[in-house]
Ligand binder design. Structure first.
Ligand code: ATP
Length: 256
């Protein structure tokens, strides 16, 4: 099987400082990869390199495109990469405000993504937006309200609807449950787990919350000082960590 994403030797430095170093892995269709590590370990830098937000110094990120098969997204043109970002890729930010248009209605936020992939019929777009609001447990009666009037948890669920409505083939998530109350986190996690299962999503999830990867990720990479120190099946890594740092992480000795 062709990997959906093949990451080869990604390195990003900030001056003399290492963001992430020599990261390689493959992601297959329908797989969820979790990336964990303490603050500053390079998780966000890596995710941003993979999603095309940051250009790595070296390495390749080969994505199996629908039209042309495997292509290196690092060297493809900016318009091509932007097109991927609107169609096959989705990015769920920790802060919903970074992933939503706060001045546009909830329905508009979802509908906009559909229009970006060619939907034109207003009634169909509104119907799909209504379906998705319900799917992410946002009251459909709020379809014309702006996200500024929503709670943090609702905003995050709306951001997820906006991202998933077009059926992306790869979803990047940066701390999707971060910054929310614990009870809100639990509900969101449950919802995400349902969507990941039902849609057979391929995803890369960065988090410092081991409960998130335990529930969502098939495989796990543990990062420390920009490098991957351990990788494997999630249950294996969490239940029987081999690297001393992973052992600390799992035993919650580390403040992550
Ligand atoms: N724009 C930047 N300029 C300089 N150094 C940076 C920049 N962004 C990140 N770094 C450094 O790169 C390293 C990796 O940071 P990164 O944000 O990727 O880690 P992280 O694991 O995502 O942390 P957090 O969980 O706190 O977001 C850190 O040492 C950080 O200080």
């Amino acid at each position: 099987m062709t990997p959906l994403l093949s990451v080869q030797g990604i390195t990003k430095r900030y001056g003399a400082h290492i963001g992430c170093a020599d990261v390689s892995f493959e992601l297959f269709p329908g797989e969820v990869m979790g990336i964990v590590g303490e603050s500053g370990s390079g998780k966000s830098t890596l995710l941003n390199c993979l999603a095309g937000h940051v250009r790595p110094d070296t390495g390749a990120v080969i994505f199996d495109t629908r039209a042309d098969g495997p292509r290196d997204t690092v060297t493809m043109s900016e318009p091509e990469r932007r097109m991927l970002g609107r169609t096959d890729w989705a990015f769920v930010h920790q802060n919903a405000r970074d992933g939503l248009r706060m001045g546009v209605s909830a329905g508009g936020n979802v509908g906009e993504r559909l229009m970006a992939v060619g939907a034109r019929h207003y009634g169909d777009i509104r119907d799909t937006a209504t379906d998705w609001l319900e799917r992410v447990e946002v009251d459909a009666a709020r379809i014309d309200d702006r996200p500024t009037t929503f709670s943090g948890g609702m905003q995050q669920r709306l951001q997820i609807a906006r991202n998933l409505v077009t059926g992306p083939r790869l979803v990047f998530m940066d701390e999707p449950t971060g910054g929310l109350d614990v009870s809100v986190q639990a509900r969101l996690l449950d919802l995400l787990r349902g969507l990941v299962r039902d849609m057979g999503l391929s995803a890369i999830i960065v988090t410092h919350d081991l409960a998130v990867v335990r529930l969502l990720a098939d495989r796990l990479m543990v990062m420390k000082s920009g490098r991957v120190v351990e990788a494997g099946l999630t249950d294996q890594v969490l239940d029987d960590p081999q690297h001393a740092y992973s052992q600390l992480l799992v035993s919650s000795v580390l403040q992550v």
